[in-house]
Design a protein around this ligand. Structure first.
Ligand SMILES: NS(=O)(=O)c1c(F)c(F)c(S(=O)(=O)CCO)c(N[C@H]2CCCc3ccccc32)c1F
Ligand SMILES: [Zn+2]
Length: 262
């Protein structure tokens, strides 16, 4: 699609000019305000199917100019949701080295250091491109990231990040258990109807944001926040890929559900 950025003349305030849905309703991310949350006892634990990938499996780690993404095989899928959803990719949002605040969703105004998104599409569609603009098309799992303990699971792909410094660079990564990137409790999460947080901002996403963050070390966070550029390798002035998060959007008349009470 066209060019869009997180800052400057093509920044998020201008997205709706080329991408009308970005100025529409049911946009993401949102702030989870305690007084607007409703406990729903019918929200089941998320079931991850075929997430334990063999090391023989090759995944593509790439810099798409907006984030770092890891391709995921469509045999990986989710159940425990209104439909079955097949995995497509995971990617990240982060801040900068001296401002470790880069999550998209916030909890009572608190922004985390970063956020990981696992993008899935409704298995009734043959691929994500045909699902991305359908109201029942996508399910994205969100995981808050905080700076703390070293996380060996993240290093299974972070150690290759220096090979994709520039836009459109890719490397192959051995498969691993993607479950290890997620928090322990898959039964505690926020749930609401929203959108892609990047253009074209289609309101096609069933969001599940886990209550509990995962930790990565400061060194791992710096790798994510300092290794990448949004520009191509041959461009004379490299543009650091930083602060790739959209700010929280209006609730309109949405309610966010929670699967937990305390
Ligand atoms: N926060 S978010 O809304 O989950 C989200 C992002 F923030 C994000 F950067 C991406 S991107 O990396 O593809 C770069 C910009 O589209 C996606 N891609 C999705 C939606 C667009 C089409 C598509 C096609 C194949 C695989 C994934 C996707 C995205 F869904
Ligand atoms: Zn995202």
């Amino acid at each position: 699609g066209g060019k869009w950025t997180y800052d400057g003349p093509d920044g998020e305030r201008h997205w709706s000019r080329n991408y009308p849905y970005c100025g529409g309703t049911f946009q993401s991310p949102i702030n989870f305000q305690p007084e607007l949350l409703r406990f729903d006892p019918d929200l089941l634990p998320i079931q991850l199917q075929d997430y334990n990938l063999s090391s023989k499996e090759q995944l593509t780690l790439s810099n798409n100019g907006h984030s770092v993404q890891l391709s995921l095989p469509s045999r990986m899928h989710l159940t425990g949701l209104p439909h079955r959803y097949s995995a497509a990719q995971l990617h990240f949002h982060w801040g900068s080295s001296n401002m470790p605040i880069g999550s998209e969703h916030t909890i009572n105004g608190k922004q985390f250091a970063g956020e990981m998104h696992l993008v899935h599409f409704n298995s009734k569609y043959p691929n994500i491109s045909l699902a991305v603009d359908k109201s029942d098309g996508l399910a994205v799992l969100g995981v808050f990231i905080e700076v703390g303990e070293f996380n060996p699971a993240f290093d299974q792909f972070l150690k290759y990040i220096k090979g994709i410094k520039y836009k459109d660079q890719k490397v192959q990564v051995a498969g691993f258990n993607i479950r290890e990137l997620l928090p322990a409790r898959l039964d505690e999460y926020y749930r609401y109807d929203g959108s892609l947080t990047t253009p074209p901002c289609y309101p096609s996403v069933l969001w599940t944001v886990f209550r509990n963050p995962v930790s990565i070390s400061r060194g791992q966070y710096l790798a994510l926040a300092t290794a990448l550029f949004s520009s191509h390798a041959q461009e004379s002035s490299p543009i650091p890929l930083l602060g790739n998060y959209r700010k929280p959007q209006l609730m309109d008349n949405r309610v966010a559900l929670v699967s937990f009470q305390q």
